[in-house]
Design a protein around this ligand. Structure first.
Ligand code: B3K
Ligand code: ZN
Length: 863
């Protein structure tokens, strides 16, 4: 397979100035005419041919400077144009006509049809499926786009920028012309056409300019757009306040589509979203949905500066825009929580996700630095490493430089690079120069994969009242990187003493090993380190249970307080122990503490995920881990049954539904209590869950009750599932929840295996292999989010996985490749799991017609 390498980057030979597109939309035959002004690029040499890329296109004609041009070659991937006027030294005009077939496009890249409407997805390399182009991010052009369509079928015609003209045309056709004043790479191009309606709002931004905001959806969904609009407005104001960045267009549009490969896309002025991240009403969306919508709307909006105004030179630099923009959306969501404890809750949630998904990636066969050096298929590199670890790296600048220093760096970055396509090094240099700080060693975060491990050794000398701390860093080998250089690791720490006389400090660990000495420490302290998870590392820190309990009950850093509890639980679960009296008491104190945020209590009583527990083992027995974790949970449920029952009553949220941090935290704790009660005594408490299911006035409570019944195998589950389906049959996003819940049910004694259920769900009339949300709710939910059901000793789960990857790949390689990742960590497993996983991987690998996407994932897994 062909690999692309970061160090092989060459600037473009030609570049584009003005681009005009004229697109006549027809599901069966869309005609795309382009008129492109071409100029010599940075690597230009006289006489060089112009090499454009195009995929799945029917070529019709080529003209240069108005004349038909015959000197060209076509391959399935390229259009190479020779004999350019004056050897290409002056500006010349290329005009191309080609055809594509949106209704046949199941890959959901390029131009495609969903529910009868037209949409595009161009990042990373989808534009080449619309027309022949220099489809690379360092070619930035000004676009003017005319869309034509039959008015009855496509009353709405949208593209990037400002609407400058509309016309009625013969035979029931009409057209709209859009102009985007900002030069942009092709990956930010978008069009939308069809029967859509919008809500709109006019706001005034910091400079006093008026802006039109619109959210476009299918007509029946209009009533579900308010929360997305509120989130957009909040994001616009936040970016002005925190970073001084203002919306630069007169109009900003969001469009929702139900067939979409990922969450959303930041096309300039015309963001396109998976419906899942736009549509919400209390009756149909959970608190988690509301929060996700807020954060994805913010993320895409923030890309307008970090991604669009300043974009990436090449796709190896993806984290330049993604890591930075995730950091920005995380900070936004934290601020939206409205309190310090709310910020901590958000931080804990983000770290949980990082450790559950990114740490395994960083230890597996697809491990890559946040700025990868090599890829076969760029779509495989929209990873939790590039995004979430990328965000952690950006957060470390802020930790090292302070908030003001970070802001100075951002200001300099925009001052230097607005309108350019740049690299991660440019970002680092802006941070370094704005603060006069040497960040040379910090570059290792960009070039080295793997989660660093920091060993903590303490020594307290009571006579000298001196405390010594030695930190030693290491990082395991990762593909292509046998040895690692030390990272620049910022570690926030504080010594916890009874006198409470020690301040928080920032240690910068830059050597392989360093020792710090603290004087005047009157008693042996308890160390609180990596506070607020200041660095994305694993700590190798042997702490006594007593110290952990101290931290768990009194660390003033909310993150580390939570972390101590997780560590205690993890050690016991991995040693197959049940919670002892002390930890039960500690949990009880947390639950009863009137000063703690309910959302924090919910996170504290939520045990580490199985995928995170796996990473602590050298040979994983998934059934043993499941059983130990479940027994541990059951014991907490039983021992604290009175407390759970009381909390269930106390955490009710009377009054109209509010999706804010306060009420959603209460609901989370209430519903955890409900789940714990069913864990303790399903027969006793299931009627209460069934009642909550029936009387709930919001989806959070209704779904939580249903989940508690299903997860604990209550007999009421069946009829509630039927009721749920019938109630929401016309709402695809809710039906996704219905599928997802059943596919992610862990094993329950006396019930059919979840695999049997999932196979039935695949035959359900509402299951569709070509809708990514539905596929994710059934197949990914089972293979990636239901480890105890998936990992069966007979390998049946893996067989199902292989069948599913092979069935999906010809339809949608991107979605198939995501699913293919579910077996990444096969080498970590004990027998017989390991051999069975290998066999399933080999069966997929033997398929001769795999997409490059799946081929890369499977090849690296087996490699
Ligand atoms: N930039 C897009 C992701 C595009 C993925 C292409 N396979 C969404 C985002 O990160 O905002
Ligand atoms: Zn993004």
């Amino acid at each position: 397979p062909q690999s692309f390498r970061r160090l092989e980057y060459r600037p473009p030979v030609y570049t584009f100035d003005q681009v005009e597109l004229d697109i006549a939309l027809d599901p069966a035959r869309t005609i795309v005419k382009s008129r492109i002004e071409v100029l010599p690029g940075k690597s230009f040499e006289p006489g060089a041919p112009l090499v454009l890329v195009g995929h799945d296109l029917e070529f019709v004609s080529l003209r240069i400077n108005g004349e038909a041009h015959r000197h060209f070659e076509l391959t399935p991937e390229t259009l190479t144009i020779h004999s350019l006027p004056n050897e290409g030294k002056d500006k010349f005009i290329v005009e191309i006509i080609c055809v594509c077939v949106p209704e046949k496009n199941t890959t959901l890249m390029g131009l495609y049809v969903s529910n009868g409407n037209f949409f595009t997805q161009c990042e990373a390399e989808g534009f080449r499926k619309i027309t022949y182009f220099l489809d690379r991010p360092d070619v930035m052009a000004r676009f003017k786009v005319t869309l034509r369509a039959r008015e009855a079928e496509c009353p709405v015609l949208l593209s990037n920028g400002n609407l400058i003209n509309t016309e009625k045309l013969p035979n029931g056709w009409h057209s709209a012309t859009w102009e985007d004043p900002f030069p942009k790479p092709s990956y930010l191009f978008a069009l939308v056409a069809g029967k859509l309606e919008c809500i709109e709002e006019t706001i005034t931004t910091s400079s006093g300019a008026k802006k039109l905001l619109q959210i476009w959806v299918e007509p029946h969904d209009l009533k579900k757009t308010r929360h997305a609009m509120d989130s957009l407005i909040a994001s616009i104001h936040w970016d002005e306040k925190r970073f001084g960045l203002e919306l630069d267009l007169e109009r900003f549009m969001i469009v929702a589509v139900s067939d979409f490969n990922m969450g959303a896309m930041e096309n300039k002025g015309l963001n396109i979203f998976n419906t899942k991240f736009v549509l919400a009403q209390p009756e149909t969306a959970t608190d988690a949905d509301f929060a996700n919508i807020e954060s994805v709307v913010a993320h895409e909006y923030f890309h307008n500066w970090t991604g669009n105004r300043v974009t990436c030179q090449d796709w190896f630099q993806l984290s330049l825009k993604e890591g930075l923009t995730v950091f920005r959306d995380q900070e936004f969501s934290a601020d939206q929580m409205g309190s310090e404890s709310g910020r901590a809750v958000k931080r804990i949630e983000d770290v949980r996700l990082l450790r559950q998904l990114q740490f395994p990636e960083d230890a597996g066969p697809m491990a890559h630095p946040i700025r990868p050096d090599e890829y076969q298929e760029i779509n495989n590199f929209y990873t939790v490493t590039v995004y979430e670890k990328g965000s952690e790296v950006v957060r470390m600048y802020q930790t090292l430089l302070g908030r003001d220093g970070f802001r100075k760096g951002m200001d300099l970055y925009f001052k230097r690079h607005d309108g350019q396509a740049v690299t991660c090094d440019d970002f680092l240099m802006a941070m370094a120069d704005a603060n006069g700080k040497d960040l040379t060693q910090f570059k290792n975060w960009y070039s080295q994969a793997g989660t660093p491990r920091v060993k903590v050794q303490e020594h307290y000398d009571a006579a000298k009242k001196q405390y010594q701390l030695t930190l030693t860093q290491s990082c395991a080998p990762s593909p292509g990187q046998p040895e690692k250089k030390p990272f620049h690791i910022p570690l926030k720490m504080r010594l916890i003493t009874k006198a409470n006389d020690q301040k928080e400090q920032l240690l910068e660990l830059t050597q392989a090993s360093q020792t710090w000495t603290f004087d005047n420490v009157e008693e042996r302290p308890v160390l609180s380190i990596n506070r607020n998870f200041s660095a994305p590392v694993n700590l190798d820190f042997e702490q006594s249970e007593a110290d952990l309990l101290t931290q768990f009950s009194s660390d003033d850093d909310a993150f580390n307080r939570w972390e101590a509890g997780q560590k205690l639980a993890m050690q016991m679960i991995l040693n197959n122990r049940l919670p002892d009296a002390q930890i039960i008491e500690a949990y009880r104190n947390i639950l009863l503490d009137p000063n703690l945020d309910p959302a924090f209590k919910d996170l504290t009583l939520t045990l580490p995920a199985e995928s995170y527990l796996y990473e602590q083992c050298t040979s994983v027995d998934p059934q043993k881990i499941f059983t130990a974790r479940r027994a541990f949970r059951r014991e907490i449920a039983k021992q604290l049954q009175l407390e759970w029952a009381a909390l269930y009553q106390q955490m009710q949220t009377p009054g109209p539904f509010k999706s804010d941090g306060v009420d959603s935290g209460k609901r989370a704790l209430k519903n955890l209590s409900l789940s714990m009660l069913l864990e303790a005594a399903p027969g006793v408490w299931a009627p209460m869950a069934a009642n909550q299911y029936q009387i709930a006035d919001n989806m959070t409570d209704r779904y939580a009750a249903l989940a508690a019944l299903v997860m604990h195998g209550a007999k009421q589950a069946k009829e509630c599932l039927i009721d749920f389906y019938n109630r929401f049959a016309s709402d695809a996003l809710v039906i996704d929840k219905w599928f997802g819940l059943q596919s992610s049910r862990p094993p329950v004694d006396g019930l059919d295996s979840t695999l049997e259920e999932v196979k039935k769900l695949r035959e359900h009339p509402a299951f569709k292999l070509n809708n990514p949300n539905r596929v994710r709710s059934v197949i990914h939910a089972f293979c990636a989010n239901n480890p105890a059901s998936f990992h069966q000793a007979d390998g049946s789960g893996y067989e199902f996985w292989a069948d599913s990857v092979l069935a999906l790949d010809p339809i949608n390689p991107q979605v198939a490749a995501r699913l293919a990742r579910a077996l990444d960590r096969w080498r970590l497993f004990a027998q017989p799991y390991q051999d069975r996983m290998k066999a399933a991987l080999e069966r997929v690998s033997a398929c001769q017609t795999l997409s490059p996407d799946v081929r890369e994932v499977i090849g690296k897994a087996l490699g």
